[in-house]
Each structure stands twice: as C-alpha cells, then as structure tokens.
Design a protein around this ligand. Structure first.
Ligand code: TPP
Ligand code: MG
Length: 676
C-alpha cells in the first residue's frame, strides 16, 4: 500500500506508522474544522523515531516516576501528540481523536496538563513548554543527586522537547535557554522544527539570526539535520550524539517541511493553522498510496507495531520497580521520603516548626517570610527556592542554603538571574516533576513579566509558589516604575490563583503553611518591603484564621461600619477603628489576606465577617479599587490608589496618596452618612 520513497533509516513499517500519524493528525483537524495540521505532518518522522526508539515511557502507567518527559512546546501541533498517545496505548481513544477540540473531549485544541494521559505540561503559549522543560531538567538533576545511591539510579531520565520557530522567537525561551546552558543541563534535548514557516509566512520576514550560533553562544550542544524531515538515519545519529553529550543541553536544528506530502499546501503558511480541505486530503492519501475513502484508518500492522512501545514500557518499569524495591530495603528512609513526596505529603508537620512572632515589634512581611523559610527549608529537602536576582530584597534565601549550579546539583537555591519570565516557567517545570516543587521571588511589579507562566500554572493546577515582595507604594523611593498599583487586581483576575497578602509576620507564617500544603494550584505571596506591626493574637485572634481568607480582628456587636483591609493596610484600619471608637463609632475590622479562600467559606461564615446588614464599609488597600465593590457595596468607600505612585519615601507616599488613618476615619463617616 505504501509507495513512498524509502527514507534513510526507516523501514516499510516505520513509513506506514509515520503516514498514519500524519493522516490521523490532518483528519482530526479536518473533522474539527479547526487546528494545525502542518506541524504534525512535517514532524511526524522525527516524533515517531523519538517515541519509538528513544523516549522511555510506560503508557500503562503514565506517571511512572523514572519516565522520560516529552514536551510538545509547539502546542498548536497537538494532534501530533494525541496521535502518538493513541497509537502507543495511552488513555486516548480513536473516538477522542475524532472529537478533537470538542466540548469536554480529552483532546483539547492545545495540550492541557494531564499526567494520567501522558500530557506532561500545558503548552500552546509559545516559549512556555521549552522553558518548562528546563525546569524539569533542573529538577531531574537535583532529584538524581538527592535520591540516587551507588548502583541505584532511581532517578535517571531525560527531557525531550519539540519546539518551533515561535518557541525560539519568544523571549521566555531565550531566557530559559540561556540559564539551561549556564547550568549545563545535558539531560535536555530539544528538537527544533526548523520549517522556515510561521503564521505570517516565511520566517525570513522576521527571524533571520543564526539560531545555531545563538544556541552555541548559550553554551548548548548544537546539531544540525538537513534534508526534508525524513532522513531518520541522520536524525538518529544526532540523537545518539545528544544522548552521549555529558556537559551541555542539546538542540537539534531539524530541517522539516510544514504539511509534508501535501501537493498544494506543503511549505505554505496556509498549512499552519487551517484544515487542509477534503480535496487536498484525498490527494495526499492518493500520493502515499492510501485508500482515500478510509478515514481515521489505522492499519493492523501499525497498531501492532506501535503497541510495542507499551510492552517495552512495562518491561522497563518492572525493572525499575525491582530496582526501587531493592533500594527501599537498603535505603528505607530515602525510599519513604520518595514515596511521601510522590503522594504529595510533606515530610514534617509545619505547625511544629513554624516560627511565632511576638507582638509589639514591627517587621516587614518579606523579612518575616525570610525567617519562616529559615525554619522550614532545612526540613523540606524537596522544595527548591530562588530569586530573579533580588535575593537580598526578596529574603528568599535561608541561612544554610546552597546554590544550585552545574557543579553543585545538591544546591537547592536557584540563581535565576534577571529572567522573571523564564523563572515562572522553570518553576512550573520543577513543580510538575512529581517529587520536587519550587518557589521563587521578585518584586510584585514584575509579576507582569511572569504573568504568562502564572496563568499557565493556574490553568494547569501547578503547585508553584510565587513570592512577590515590595508589594505597594510602601517601597518608597524607587518610584512608580517599581510601585505596584494594579497588580493585586490583575492577579486576582486569574482564576484558580490564590493571592495571599498577609497583614503581619504571623499571617506570613500561616501564608507559607497554606501555600506549602496547597496542591491544587499556584499561590502568590504578596509581601511588604516596609515594616508592619506584629499583631497581638490574644487581642485580635489567631493568625491561623488566614486559612479562611478573611477574619474579624476587631469585632463589634452592632457595627456602625466595617473596615476591610489587606496586608500593610490592616494596621491603618486598626488605627482608624481606635480613632472611631473615641467618637463612639463601633467599627468591625476585618483582615482579608486572601479573597479566593474567603469566597470558599460558608455563607454563614462570610456573613459573620461581613454582616450584610451593615452597609457602611471602607475598603483599604494600597492598590486600585477594582474588585473591591464586591465587598464594600454601593454605599462603601475605598481608600487606596487611583494613579501610579511616586518617587518619595514610603511614608510620604502613603500620606500624599491619602492612605492614612485620618482618611479612613473620614471615609467611614461618609459611608455611614451614605447608608443612613
Ligand atoms: C505566545 C504566543 N503568541 C502567539 C501565538 C499564536 N501562534 C500560534 S503558532 C504561531 C507561530 C507559528 O509558527 P511556528 O512556531 O514556526 O509554528 P509552525 O507554523 O511552523 O507550526 C503563533 C504566532 C501563540 N500560540 N503563543
Ligand atoms: Mg515554523
């Protein structure tokens, strides 16, 4: 049936399998009438060889810890991945391929993190996947160093990535690749789909630098495979070299042709993101000697051949299981630690090691965070910290921390450099390792530079912890470029993201506890540069209430007004409540460190914190008003920011922008008048 010219390194059955992958991909897109057929067709040969000859995997247990990781960074080519998953026996059926891009299907437009089905990370936003893979590679090296013992390589896997022109053009990938080169991540192998085409047309329109030289300069091992994308002998040679490389990450610049085999669409941008059309599909099938009447057709010999991956995978995992069983006998503590981490259990009860802070003093919450990490991190060997070159400001490094470097895989403090975007994506990659997790710090204002990664983390339930210090105009003299204003609202706008802004040191400790115990999505911790009074928990209630998202600090039986605040503004609210009390006005003060958690509480609890009958309310937060009306209602007033900040001492900024006790008192009275 197959009449294709023999390609170097491929047998008849290989060619048949590759054609099947091409055709399933183009048919899935055609049936959905949406998607990207070109890339899967151009990369089918390389992907097939990767999957059948190189990637160590067990489709019967996609979560096997010692599997190789495959990342389709060019997520638009998702049908390539789904076809491979189906053919090799993962939980993706032929019907799932036919339901590509349909409501509720297992085959969404772009791959969405699904470790039970072999989708290692969410990809689609270009540049993220390859950068995630850098994080996965960092984690593998750390975990191997931590767990492996002589004769027991229980962690020993590679990251394989297919990346496109778009991936390489994105800044995030440049940042991540630069760091990967510095760190000498030889467990990372990227196949670059050098097809000379992106959406607008030829890559000559905008992408003409020498990519090979660029990656060489990053410190990568750069290999080039010329040809039409089907010279698998040359590709395998490159793969062997890549696997033998023991110093550097490898990129194989692989010349391919988008929509390979399509008489009218090959090498055109039109094949990137549109169905090829029924007529063209017929021509392609005829060209390859396939029956054009049959669609979603998988020849029996292809099925049988591809299923070998499953048999080999089972064998590989069984061998590893035995290795691990022997390891567990010899190193029971390490094995227990491995299994605890795999099950998402922390090795210690955090309550027993969380520091307590005495009331009366004043401490910046970033500093409190540093003190918390100093206690916790020595007990949490699978948490990797770091900062984007703001370590002394973020207070993210604990006293006995060791830097992770090429010659120090036992370090677990990452010097990300000034690469926020990559730091976000790399932390996500570490957090999907299945055993390790990551936190990393920068200034809150630069969360914008990480937003792409934060969004993917939230969408994918990655348990990354984003530490953002310098969270308001309170940072002072650095001025408006460094003073976040819209960032609380911007982060709260992301679904499934916990935005925690603790009011003092003890809330900060509780915020860390919550973040470390939270497994179903990312957490952001928003911390002050400036000192915040440590609240007296005997007087105001326990900071453990942070887990409810909001709680009453000063209760009033029949409140005249509610003062709702977060972070450093909680003490402003407390000051205002005292001043109001002198005028016989009963204010109920509420600390609201995490709106998302508050929303999860019972209506009864929410009503006890923010009684619906009390309409006079003031929201106080050194950010924009957006979002606050949900809590302060029509009659409430907001004391916060409505412009960018200014370069001046932090205290002066608070005064000049009117975030003061006096203004809160005024607003309280005005709101009471409004609601009379
Ligand atoms: C961050 C980001 N920007 C834009 C897009 C939209 N987009 C999808 S694919 C693509 C470029 C396609 O070129 P290439 O990466 O070379 O893929 P190919 O067409 O070769 O498959 C663009 C701009 C995206 N997915 N992610
Ligand atoms: Mg391209």
């Amino acid at each position: 049936m197959s009449v294709t010219v023999k390609n170097p390194g491929l047998s008849e059955i290989d060619e048949r399998c590759i054609e099947t992958i091409r055709f399933l991909s183009m048919e899935g897109v055609q049936k959905a009438n949406a998607g990207h057929p070109g890339m899967p067709m151009g990369m089918a040969s390389a992907a097939y060889v990767l999957w059948t000859k190189y990637i160590k995997q067990n489709p019967s247990n996609p979560r096997w810890h010692n599997r190789d990781r495959f990342v389709l960074s060019a997520g638009h080519g998702s049908m390539l991945l789904y076809s491979l998953l189906h053919l090799t026996g993962y939980d993706i059926t032929l019907d799932d391929l036919k339901n590509f891009r349909q409501w509720g299907s297992k085959t969404p437009g772009h791959p969405e993190y699904e470790p039970d089905r072999g989708i290692e990370v969410t990809t689609g936003p270009l540049g993220q996947g390859i950068s995630n893979a850098v994080g996965m590679a960092i984690a593998e090296k750390y975990l191997a160093n931590h767990f492996n013992r002589d004769g027991f390589p229980v962690i020993d896997y590679n990251m394989y990535v297919i990346a496109s022109d778009g991936d390489l053009q994105e800044g995030v990938a440049s940042e991540a690749s630069s760091l990967a080169g510095h760190l000498g991540l030889d467990n990372l192998i990227v196949v670059y789909d050098d097809n000379h085409i992106s959406i607008d047309g030829s890559t000559d329109l905008s992408f003409t630098e020498d990519r090979a030289k660029r990656f060489e300069a990053y410190g990568w091992n750069v290999l080039v495979v010329e040809g039409d994308g089907n010279d698998m002998a040359a590709f395998e040679k490159a793969m062997e070299k890549a696997k033998a490389e023991k110093q550097r990450p490898t990129i194989i610049k692989f010349r391919s042709h988008i929509a390979f085999g399509s008489p009218n669409k090959q090498d055109t941008a039109g094949a990137h993101g549109s169905p090829l059309g029924d007529d063209e599909i017929r021509l392609i099938k005829e060209k390859f000697g396939w029956d054009p009447e049959k669609s979603f057709y998988i020849p029996d010999e292809v099925k049988t051949h591809m299923q070998k991956v499953q048999a080999e995978g089972k064998k590989a995992e069984t061998a590893w299981d035995k290795l691990f069983a022997d390891y567990a006998k010899k190193y029971p503590e390490l094995a227990a630690q491995f299994e605890d981490a795999a099950a998402g259990r922390l090795p210690v009860d955090l309550d027993e090691i969380l520091p307590a802070f005495e009331p009366g003093s004043s401490l910046a919450t970033r500093k409190a965070s540093g003190k918390v990490l100093a206690e916790l991190m020595p007990k949490l060997p699978l948490i990797l910290g770091g900062s984007a070159d703001l370590t002394p400001s973020n207070n993210t490094r604990w006293p006995d921390a060791k830097d992770y470097q090429k010659d120090a895989r036992d370090g677990r403090y990452l010097r990300y450099g000034i690469r926020e975007h990559a730091m976000g994506a790399i932390m996500n990659g570490i957090s999907v390792s299945g055993l390790a997790r990551a936190f990393g710090g920068t200034f809150l204002v630069f969360s914008d530079y990480m937003r792409g990664a934060i969004r993917v983390a939230a969408l994918s339930n990655y348990s990354t912890i984003f530490v953002f210090t310098h969270d308001s105009i309170g940072i002072g003299e650095d001025g408006p470029t460094h003073q976040p204003v819209e960032h609380f609202a911007a982060l709260r706008a992301i679904p499934n993201l916990l935005v925690i802004r603790p009011a003092d040191a003890n809330e900060t400790a509780q915020a860390w506890k919550y973040a470390l115990e939270h497994r179903d999505g990312p957490v952001t911790l928003l911390l002050t540069r400036q000192g915040c009074p440590v609240l007296d928990q005997d007087k105001y209630g326990s900071a453990t209430n942070l887990s409810k998202g909001a709680y009453v600090l000063v209760a009033a039986d029949e409140p005249d007004v509610l003062l709702l605040a977060t972070g450093s503004e909680v003490s402003v609210a407390l000051g205002a409540a005292e001043a109001l009390a002198k005028e016989n006005i009963a204010a109920q003060v509420v600390s609201m460190p995490c709106w998302e958690l508050f929303e999860k509480q019972s209506q009864q609890y929410k009503d006890s914190v923010i009684p619906p009958a009390v309409k006079a309310r003031v929201g106080i937060e050194a950010g924009v008003e957006q979002g606050w009306h949900k809590y302060i209602g029509d009659k409430g007033l907001f004391v916060g920011m409505s412009s960018f900040g200014a370069s001046a001492p932090g205290k002066v900024c608070f005064e000049k922008f009117g975030i003061t006790t006096e203004n809160v008192v005024k607003a309280a009275k005005k709101s009471m008048a409004n609601s009379d």
